[in-house]
Design a protein around this ligand. Sequence first.
Ligand SMILES: [Zn+2]
Length: 212
Amino acid sequence: MSAGNEMVRKAIGKWGRTTHAHFGWRIEQDVIDLGGKHATCEMCERTRVRFVYIVSHPDHETLRVGCECGGWMIGDTERAQRDIKDMRRIAARKAREAKAKAEAERAAAERAARAEWPRDSVQREARMHAEVDARIAAERKAEIERKAATKAAAKAAAKAADEARRIATAPARAASDAASARARRKGATEHEAWQAGLRAYLKTAGPLNSAY
Ligand SMILES: [Zn+2]
């Protein structure tokens, strides 16, 4: 009760004036916790207070005063001291509870996040593997088709080229056969007949088709 005591002793605020009764007040509303020093005591008009009483007096309007001044005004400083102690204990307990609640909520949120994570991760990984597998399979299929198409095209082209050569060289081959036959009829050796055939072939086919 040092602050109240000091206010009374030093006659601070209303304690120093005769406009208001200093004693004979009663508590109109029990101690209130403002949650912080959010008000100025209306008796000493100086102390910033957190725990306040609303006090009344037959000759005055109600006042909102700190417990320390209030204790003197109601003539029960012990009650005021007890109220301050109780309110501090309650406030501390509320703060601990709020802290514990916040920590529990944070822990629950973390647990939930951990529980979510592996499932998401497994799904994501499985999806990724499936995508990679599908891409590899598609690439292999395309490669096989491309090779098959190339092979078929090459085969067809070779066949067409053979056919074209066969057609192109048909007159030369016919001329060659006829020349060889003529040479044989004239009594040429087989080698002479072959040479005669080759000459006829080259004459008819020209140098480009000489290989045939
Ligand atoms: Zn005061």
